[in-house]
Design a protein around this ligand. Sequence first.
Ligand code: PAF
Length: 256
Amino acid sequence: MNSYTHYANWIKVRQALPSRIRIGFVPTMGALHAGHVSLLKRARAENDFLVLSIFVNPTQFNKAEDYQHYPRTLERDIDIARTYEVDAVIVPEEKDLYPEGNQMPIVPHHPLSQILEGKVRPGHFSGVLTVVMKLLQWVKPHRVYFGEKDFQQCELIQALVRNYFLDVEVIPCETIREASGLPLSSRNQRFTAEQLPLAHRFAELLRSGSFDDLGAIQRRLEEAGLHVEYLETHFNRLFVAVECHGIRLIDNFVIL
Ligand code: PAF
């Protein structure tokens, strides 16, 4: 397994891959966990050549503090990549992905980019779609894998692929959860042992009553000490974002 920081080095490898080789791609911001591993395993099983990218993308953070504190565990991530038989790891530097700065962002007007995460984190989806477009141009994969924990992100990336006629199959993958129901997330690694129980409590409280009364769920979450950013239903799914000990948690799942 080799890792690549510069486009010029990577693209030589990419261009040398025979066209019959199917390339699977898992883009991440690192701090890999079992959710990412499930994507890697699936992509490994479904493709001949597996590419992982690790890049904490500054343009998708709307708070500098969130970007600074985003967990970075590169050495451990590289070990995980080796364990799950990744063929190439791309670890770009900011100047490699944004050689002219962020001068050509993709700015979505899709209705899904205006609600929930799009509403509370202005510019977030522009940053995500811009970096995903860049990474897809680097890797030119046949299939790209994303977790459904970021449901809006998955849907908007599918819209990006449709609207720009990109020749790649987007594969949304089921959210991986702890026993409490808490979705795995790189940000969970920021909780101390004393803080973690409240994150699990969040997942339990969400599931502890009727979804017909969102006001009651919100009250329970707030009484437990969580700050609710949104709690809404769309497309038969419950979407929620809270702040737990100053760390953002998001989730969504189907409610029948
Ligand atoms: O889901 C993520 O980790 C990021 O939003 C992504 C898709 C890697 C873009 O930076």
